[in-house]
Design a protein around this ligand. Structure first.
Ligand code: SAH
Length: 642
């Protein structure tokens, strides 16, 4: 039983909402007749779990005299007066308070506050995995939050995903067929029993539970041969917030998370659906949406494949505006990809036929289009026909993901939210050790970190691409913008089109410095690196001359190091040939870092010894001025002229 205790009107309203949401599972202790101390004492003795609508301080004082030990005390959640937070105060794992906090939050619209180690920073949440989930979500989430029973993770192949929640136990190797070698019809015939499919040691009882699979999604539940043949995933109808005692005997099936596009029969299992399947469709003129949708669903069901893994419908160009096919793609919520007949004609397929050859110029539409939409993939369901339509399914090769992420100049609040999201999404992080240290705390627990020292650029680039090719979600990091004198170009020079690449822009040093200096970049400007390690000096010098002649504002990166001390004075002397000695020059050391130093001086006045490798030097153009100590380059357009 869950005891509900309140001391105010708002608390009472909260208790009533919980009682209404969980009929038969709660006891209201708010009788108003006894002092709160006695009410708490009674509830503590009676209940498996308590929800106290009290400040944490008050709750701690009231509970303290009764505490006996982790194994015996009820799980306790406190909720603030405004119902903003549900705090798992006591018995996070054993007492089920972590999952109770989540359950209370979902009823009240509050935010769960969970502080046990493995659950920090959202690490238990399956929602952090970027795949649609179906199946026994409440039961498995609860097991992850409570740390018991153990939940195992299985996958057919590597799909790029963030680190798994630490509570999820990866079985290695997963007892499942290798990628692509899954006999497509393994689930068409009598499906193997759940026990055969689940990890060794797990005895499985199949429950006669309602299939949650496909809920809220166009139609797995309604598809022919799904529930009827028992191929749909079965799921425990686990109501959030049940007490451990109430869970009892129904939870005897092993708890698992499967990342797979196959329909597997198993209780207490969450299925994460990778974007792996493409469905090729053909249709005679006038075919209806219903016919296409029904055929696609039955083709998937027959092959034991999950609808939520479908990423696209595909057909021949000539059918691009066939209304029934267009509407079917919309019904599945996926794009319709179309291919020229000669592209499809060139793809070898198991079941070519004469009819489409005569009609649209290719001997296969469904099978060839499915394959065309899944480069490097394979056919997992051969062509099936209805009166006016055909359908076939292909499985794509998983594509790894390489995010090239700029971390900004140093300050945490100049790391963009998108960069943070990409860091948390990666299971592998590649970068220079000093940059890794800058953001280590932002990484999801379990991130594999491949750090290396200065100078290992090529190797870092190769490692990042190789990891992405292996199917992982990789973040390759760089300071400032990762594309500016940094890792993006060596990495992308290495990468083929078999991985997905995303770039996250960062605040580059020139911009961070400009913001500190004033407005030096108000007109045309250029960045030049003075490092002649990889670029011959005469090339650098030619560019400095061109910038000087073109009157561009110049920002020098890599301006000066212990071994490279003559390049900066030389570059400045070239600029001085075209600009006055009092041209403003900004020197910014360690922009946005604790040892930041900013100076505005002049071409004649700059002391090069104040410049090092953590500095950028920005030289104004002939119109740049110093105004109130700030560097300003006028925009100079006519509308601004005096
Ligand atoms: N990708 C980085 C640049 C790498 S090249 C970016 O976009 O900022 C390295 C050079 O950048 C350094 O020698 C220095 O000139 C400059 N730099 C990088 N971070 C800096 C900072 N916080 N302050 C000043 N200069 C910086």
């Amino acid at each position: 039983m869950i005891g509900l205790i309140s001391a105010t009107a708002a608390g009472r309203a909260g208790c009533e909402r919980l009682a209404a949401a969980w009929p038969g599972r709660t006891v209201l202790y708010d009788d108003g007749a006894r002092p709160l101390r006695e009410v708490v004492a009674a509830a503590f003795a009676d209940c498996d779990q308590l929800v106290l609508f009290l400040a944490t301080g008050a709750a701690v004082r009231l509970l303290a005299p009764h505490l006996r030990g982790k194994a015996e005390d009820p799980g306790v959640v406190t909720v603030d007066e405004a119902h903003r937070y549900a705090v798992a105060l006591l018995g996070g794992h054993g007492g089920g308070a972590n999952s109770l906090a989540a359950a209370v939050s979902s009823v009240l619209g509050a935010e769960p506050v969970v502080t046990t180690a493995t659950d920090a920073v959202g690490a238990t949440s399956l929602d952090t995995l970027p795949y649609p989930a179906e199946g026994a979500l409440p039961a498995v989430t609860r097991a992850l939050l409570d740390g018991t029973p153990p939940v195992t993770f299985h996958t057919d192949t590597t799909w790029p995903h963030p680190p798994l929640p630490p509570a999820l136990i990866r079985l290695s190797p997963s007892p499942s067929p290798a990628p692509g070698s899954a006999p497509p019809d393994s689930a068409v015939s009598d499906p193997p029993s759940a026990a055969e499919k689940l990890p060794p040691g797990g005895s499985t009882t199949r429950k006669n539970a309602s299939p949650e699979a496909g809920q809220g999604h166009p139609g797995e539940d309604g598809s022919p041969g799904t529930a009827a043949t028992g191929r749909a995933e079965t799921a425990q109808p686990g109501g959030a917030g049940r007490t451990p005692a109430e869970r009892g005997a129904e939870d005897d099936a092993p708890y698992a998370v499967w990342l797979t596009d196959r329909r597997i029969t198993a209780g207490n299992t969450v299925f994460l659906r990778p974007p792996s399947l493409t469905v090729g469709v053909g249709g005679s003129r006038g075919v209806t949406r219903e016919e296409v949708v029904t055929l696609v669903r039955s083709t998937l069901a027959e092959a034991g494949l999950a609808e939520r893994s479908v990423t696209a419908l595909a057909t021949v160009d000539a059918k691009a505006s066939e209304a029934g096919i267009v509407a079917a793609a919309a019904a599945f919520g996926v794009p319709l990809l179309t291919f020229p007949a000669d592209t499809l004609a060139a793809i070898p397929v198991p079941n070519p036929s004469a009819a489409p050859l005569a009609a649209v110029g290719t001997a296969s539409v469904a099978e060839a289009a499915a394959l065309a939409a899944a480069p490097g993939g394979e056919l997992v369901a051969q062509k099936r026909k209805s009166a006016m339509a055909t359908a076939a399914v292909a499985r794509r090769r998983p594509r790894g993901r390489l995010a090239v992420v700029g971390l900004g100049p140093g300050a945490r609040d100049l790391v963009t939210p998108r960069a943070v999201a990409e860091l948390r999404r990666a299971s592998v992080l590649v970068g220079l050790d000093q940059y890794v240290n800058q953001i280590r705390d932002l990484l999801a627990p379990g991130t594999r970190i491949l750090e290396s020292g200065l100078g290992a650029e090529e190797e870092r680039a190769r490692t990042a691409v190789a990891e992405a090719r292996a199917g992982h979600a990789v973040a390759l990091i760089g300071s400032g913008d990762a594309g500016v004198y940094a890792m993006a170009s060596p990495a992308l020079a290495e990468a083929a089109d078999d991985i997905d690449v995303v770039g996250v822009p960062g605040v580059t040093a020139a911009l961070a410095a400009a913001a500190l200096l004033g407005a030096p970049l108000g007109h045309d400007h250029v960045s030049i690196s003075l490092s002649d390690l990889h670029t011959p000096w005469d090339v650098i010098e030619r560019r400095v001359r061109a910038a000087a002649e073109a009157d561009l504002v110049v920002t020098f990166y890599n301006p000066r190091s212990r071994g490279r001390d003559w390049q900066l004075p030389k570059a400045l002397s070239i600029l001085a040939g075209h600009r006055a000695p009092d041209t403003p020059v900004g020197v910014v050391h360690a922009a946005s870092r604790p040892d930041e130093r900013v100076a505005v001086t002049t071409l004649a006045g700059l002391d090069p010894t104040t410049v090092d490798m953590v500095t950028v030097v920005t030289v104004g153009n002939t119109a740049s001025r110093t105004v109130a100590g700030r560097m300003v380059t006028p925009r100079g357009y006519r509308w601004q002229a005096p």
